[in-house]
Design a protein around this ligand. Structure first.
Ligand SMILES: C[S@@+](CC[C@H](N)C(=O)[O-])C[C@H]1O[C@@H](n2cnc3c(N)ncnc32)[C@H](O)[C@@H]1O
Length: 266
């Protein structure tokens, strides 16, 4: 399965900022709660982007950890490296394409994490296999991604605005069919945790900013909706009209992020 995907630096940051500004729950705290990391842990974060989880793990463990982040996107890696330099370069940020064999030794990490990225893999069993290979016996894999109930309002508004069916989203559609199945096959045990975070919008602007940053990221997935920039702007206009109407009727828009976290033990 070939998924055309390119995350831009700005789109990712826009969504991260909107989550923290309009949501009441903090996903980093949730991860830290369920993961129970220990000082001295060797951690690899795959698809680390600009390093959000690496920095969260590092600060939580007060620097007492050996953390490596890997990603295929040079811009995001540079951002992570820049932030890492500012704190004395305690972590390593490496080029890592999870569609290829990892340039890492087997049985070497206590934890491999992969947050909001695994579903872009071309061959999920292969990527999960590589993660399993580099985890120490008894070590853990942690993956997160959207569940099928994620962002209902977002999809409802787009459906109403366009009159079209929503294309299958790789995150939620691949979770149960491929990701969970591959993990369960290779690992001794898997636990599932669910995180819900209602984002409350009292005006349409942040909702529209979120929508732009989501549709632009996954533009290839939205091929049936628009091909040109003009189409994109026309669709955004329709989405704005529907969102404004709903907001006027209900007083606010509540878009709940529903995220699944799988913790698997090797
Ligand atoms: C939605 S971002 C999540 C980034 C980060 N984990 C976070 O939560 O902020 C998805 C990440 O997957 C990365 N990615 C996509 N394809 C990849 C590949 N083939 N190998 C490694 N990383 C990849 C992207 O570059 C991007 O950083």
């Amino acid at each position: 399965m070939k998924i055309e995907y390119h995350e831009t630096t700005n789109d990712l940051q826009t969504r991260i900022d909107i989550h923290s500004k309009y949501g009441s729950r903090d996903i980093d705290s949730w991860m830290l709660d369920i993961l129970q990391l220990r000082p001295g842990n060797r951690i690899l974060d795959v698809g680390c982007g600009s390093g959000k989880q690496c920095f969260s793990f590092y600060h939580h463990l007060q620097g007492k950890a050996d953390i490596t982040g890997g990603d295929v996107n040079k811009d995001l890696l540079n951002q992570a490296r820049e932030a890492n330099r500012k704190i004395g370069e305690p972590m390593a940020f490496i080029d890592l394409n999870f569609n290829e064999e990892f340039p890492l030794l087997s049985d070497s990490y206590d934890l491999v994490s992969c947050c909001f990225a695994i579903y872009y893999a071309e061959d999920i069993p292969f990527t999960i296999g590589e993660m399993h290979r580099v985890i120490k016996p008894g070590g853990r894999l942690f993956t997160t991604g959207p569940m099928p109930a994620n962002k209902q309002v977002f999809y409802d508004i787009i459906r109403e605005a366009t009159g079209k069916a929503i294309p299958p989203m790789p995150g939620s559609s691949r979770y149960s069919t491929q990701i969970y199945a591959s993990i369960e096959k290779l690992f001794k045990k898997v636990e599932t945790h669910i995180f819900e975070n209602p984002l409350i919008f009292e005006s349409v602007e942040p909702f529209l900013a979120y929508t732009r940053a989501s549709l632009a990221e996954d533009r290839k997935l939205w091929n049936s909706f628009f091909q040109t920039k003009e189409d994109f702007e026309r669709i955004m206009g329709q989405i704005e009209a529907v969102a404004a109407r709903r907001l006027a009727a209900e007083g606010r828009l509540v878009m709940t992020k529903v995220v699944g976290g799988f913790i698997a033990t090797k």
